[in-house]
Design a protein around this ligand. Sequence first.
Ligand code: TMO
Length: 313
Amino acid sequence: MKKYVGTIAILGALSLTAGNAMAEDSSDPIKIVTNDWTSQVVLSNVVGQVLESQGDHVEYKPSDSQLQFTALASGDMDFQVEVWEGSMAESFDKSLKAGAVDYGSQQAVTREDWWYPSYVKDVCPGLPDWKALDACAAKFATPETGTKGRFLGPPADWGKHYSERIQALGMNFQEVPVGQAATLWAELQAAYDRKEPIVLFNWTPNFIEAKFKGEFVEFPKYEPDCMTDPKWGQNKDAVYDCGAPANGYLKKAGSKELAEKWPKAAAIVKKISLTNEQIAAAASLVDVDGLTPEDAAKKWIETNQDTVKSWLQ
Ligand code: TMO
């Protein structure tokens, strides 16, 4: 009897030392975070469908772009495919100290900031400089913003601190945040059709660059100290007196449990490294072509077979 127990113990030890390459994924569902912008939802479905093809079970869990990090740190959710430096670095960094895991950078270079269609340059000389925009604020005034220019801002949970930026830079603008991304694009389209001045939140990679010509406003160049040190920058008493990173990272984040319970899935998530074009295409399939996120994911997988294969090697 003792001998028998000993044999089991040795077998157990062997399979442990054989390591993750041998370990099977748990049959519990992997909880994939979904957010409220298109490419993220499509690419979550892409990874989810790929994992299902490998025998994993997945569940999609909507979360907002800041609270998701608390959920990843506590293991309530398991991974998120689009961690954008410009809107999430603060929450992401905190979550790493609380137990979330950095699953690495992707090839994509990202930017999220104030943006205008090209024709706005004709009415505001000196763009893309933010001071030129500010001098032109009256052109963006709406009944809602009175004499101030309207900046159509992102949903409140996107972590952008734009009201603080306006204040810190003493701009003659007022932020009017939207409830959802679709409102940004509806307002952009309406202004674009009539060639009316508009300045709004936008980001790249996105489907927008395939449909509208325009560019980002150039604010004082981002440095991390701008976010934490009031003395940094032109306003010595305020943080956020700078733009967002112009060449931001795009990372992936995971729970500690992901590698422990689903080592094969974790290895796949680690390998994901998408380009700007691949991310913009994911958004276009829904926002331009009108597919559902599920169907867009199927189509994306079909057209990116080599990329998907590289995750499975
Ligand atoms: C996080 N986002 C891409 C919407 O700016």
